[in-house]
Design a protein around this ligand. Structure first.
Ligand code: PEP
Ligand code: MN
Length: 347
């Protein structure tokens, strides 16, 4: 069950409602928005009588039963897309938002050049890893704090927002100090203590799908972050592991459409990790627009041959500019996609 309190309910009123929910055998999770408090009731209890009793309380705006195990992130909870504002750009709104930049922040020149290149071509957010999850312990692990400072420099130079990965709950406060969006990598999608910490970090989150995770598991992980207090979550399809080897991962493109049916959270596609090959990135990006993703996160490097990670899947500056140009007519159609009608019906 989800219980929305009336605007500006007092602490006492909220406590009374929580106590009533507990009397019926449920556990309580609340999300405190700027204006409105929303309470989630989870567990096993007497649903019918509890709903009836809550709706009779004057401070309760609405109490609804939600059958999905992911409650706050489900479409049953909210039809309208969650809009996430990052430095004047809205993700999940009327703009198809492109986040782009190198896999890793390597040095000042590289990240500043990358930022200029992607900003000029129309990206709104700069990506770049300062903490890198690498399969081999001998590969480049990222510049860590120095990398975050370089991202900040690139933000000041271009006005782009910054997205960067955080790998451990220990580093959340430091990364949140520098980043506009915290990226949670595929390998950490089910790092539950990290997810809980993100609930309190005060920054939007881009949660990547684990390489062997189902869509429902992705939604449950998003639910962790939201249930712990942070509703600003976007999801990212980045390909899953299958028997196929032509591409680095297998892009589950239908997952984008499925997520748009199941959740109100914005959905981003990563065509770089999904394919592992720069030649396939533009076509998959067009597919992302066509299927109704809210944006892309793409790897772009000033000189991909010299990249310290993921060079083979990084676009060079010319390829990225061309791709952005070629996406324009598709984005015009995206603005009239049929799914919008359903999203805009608020419950
Ligand atoms: C990345 O974005 O560079 C990255 C490591 O992605 P993923 O977690 O999807 O593998
Ligand atoms: Mn990468």
């Amino acid at each position: 069950m989800i219980i929305s309190m009336k605007l500006h309910s007092t602490k006492e009123e909220i406590a009374q409602v929580k106590a009533r929910i507990e009397e019926f055998g449920y556990k309580v999770h609340s999300i405190e928005g700027e204006e409105r408090v929303v309470i989630g009731a989870v567990g096993v209890g007497d649903v019918t009588n509890c709903l009836e009793s809550l709706e009779a309380m004057p401070q309760v705006e609405k109490a609804v039963r939600i059958s999905a195990p992911y409650k706050f992130v489900s479409k049953e909870f909210r039809q309208a897309k969650t809009e996430i504002k990052v430095r004047g750009t809205v993700i999940g709104g009327d703009e198809f938002v492109v986040m782009a930049g190198p896999c890793s922040v390597e040095n000042e020149k590289q990240i500043l050049e990358s930022a200029e290149i992607v900003a000029r071509a129309g990206a709104k957010i700069l990506r770049g890893g300062a903490f890198k999850p690498r399969t081999s312990p001998y590969d480049f692990q990222g510049l860590e704090l120095e990398g975050l400072k370089l991202l900040d420099k690139a933000r000041r130079a271009t006005g782009l927002g910054i997205i960067t990965e955080v790998m451990s709950d220990r580093d959340v406060p430091m990364v949140a100090e520098y980043a506009d969006i915290l990226q949670i990598g595929a390998r950490n999608m089910q790092n539950f203590s990290l997810l809980k910490t993100l609930g309190q970090c005060g920054r939007p989150i881009l949660l990547k799908r684990g390489m062997s995770s189902t869509v429902k598991e992705l939604l449950m992980s998003a639910e962790y972050i939201v249930a712990h207090g942070n509703p600003q979550v976007m999801l990212c399809e980045r390909g899953i592991r299958t028997f196929e080897t032509v591409t680095r991962n297998t892009c589950d493109i239908a997952a984008v459409a499925a997520l748009n049916e199941l959740t109100h959270l914005p959905v981003i596609l990563d065509p770089s990790h999904a394919t592992g090959k720069r030649s396939l990135v533009p076509a998959l990006s067009r597919a992302a627009v066509a299927i109704g993703a809210d944006g892309l996160i793409v790897e772009v490097h000033p000189n991909p041959e010299k990249a310290m990670s993921d060079g083979a899947q990084s676009l060079d500056p010319k390829q990225f500019a061309q791709m952005m140009e070629d996406l324009k007519p598709y984005i015009e159609l995206w603005k009239r996609r049929p799914e919008l009608a359903a999203q805009h019906v608020a419950v």
